[in-house]
Design a protein around this ligand. Sequence first.
Ligand SMILES: *Cc1c(COP(=O)(O)O)cnc(C)c1O
Length: 431
Amino acid sequence: MNRDKSKTLIERACKTIPGGVNSPVRAFKGVGGDPIFFERGQGAYIYDVDDNAYIDYIGSWGPMILGHNHRPTIDAVTEQASKALGFGAPTEIEIMVAEKIVEIMPSMESVRMVNSGTEATMSAIRLARGFTGRDLIVKFEGCYHGHSDSLLVKAGSGVLTLGLPNSPGVPAALAEKTLTVPYNDLEATEQLFKAYGDQIACVIVEPIAGNMGCILPDPDFLHGLKSLTEKFGGVLIFDEVMTGFRVAPGGAQEIYGIRPDLTTLGKIVGGGLPVGAFGGRQDIMSHIAPLGPIYQAGTLSGNPLAMSAGLTTLNHLTPDVYTKITKATDKLIAGLVEGASKNGITVCENHVCGMFGFFFGIEKAENYQDVAASNIAMFNDFFHMMLDSGIYLAPSAFEAGFISAEHNDEIINLTLKAAEGAFALVAEKHA
Ligand SMILES: *Cc1c(COP(=O)(O)O)cnc(C)c1O
């Protein structure tokens, strides 16, 4: 597979962009080799600047749940663009998006739009702190909630890929306010509440974790977090930036039947354009400016172009979409597990609807500790062998994979065929 143009572009990019990329995982640091520059997408396929085709299992890290170049979304954006790109003043489409979100996720009684998942979680934390008058926050090891200071403590995603424990530049005085607990460890969380319960403003959690591969929650763990925050007067924040509209229309909170106090959204809610949102209980949201004193604002927040992409995508998320992606994911994962076991390779997986994690060399993945013990070298070899067969997986053992409604049987079969060869080579190399 010839990737000469990508090679030239990364060299050029590195001269004016740090590491040549605008988000670290894209640089392939975790897996080695050069990143690929892309040009266009269609359905489940993406095409690089050298015109190589790949089956895409990233989908822009989630938003492309309907596949690339989804006609109605592109048409809606094009139509809006022909009217105006934005005003910095209210538009009706912002209400339509808010109404749609409230309809799909009833725990969100009131919603504020922002421009990224990072902004959503950062603002939700400030709101929880302002609302409770407390400073401490609780997060879980390996969960990623964007790159704001308070949340870059034992974080997942690129922080794990690059092997950074915590980021320099986060003041110790602030990091001290973030208490961390292993994911799925309710007992440790209870201990924390026993010691600091009256100082804890909020618990923020990925209700299905997707930034250390895909890790499923013990339902008792999630229900326990709900009881603890209720008992101690803290705010429960479900960070559904990844899982919202992905694992079920109403996100993980729909699956587990839990009503968090606040929810953060991103990724799919923007239909591929930069959008985030946070919302929840009306009595908490009413503390946000201009209703209340807790400040939060955004020049481009709710801009009509992004809203039109988000709204159109949400409007097309029919039950049929979820049935399709569930079937495709089940088939892919069953095939991968079978392919690995045929070659004597130990793997384990977690998946839910159109989101999956696949781990080499471990038998279960229930928290960061498990994932950290997985065989990264095997994953990296597998990744590159798949890439050379035209299958684009996330370039990191610590990222989840995503499937769209365009990943049909034929595409899954092509993927499994490529995986067969890749597993055989991995087995040989790591014998
Ligand atoms: C992607 C992600 C974020 C950050 O969103 P950005 O738009 O990248 O800022 C936050 N939380 C979770 C769970 C995510 O998956």
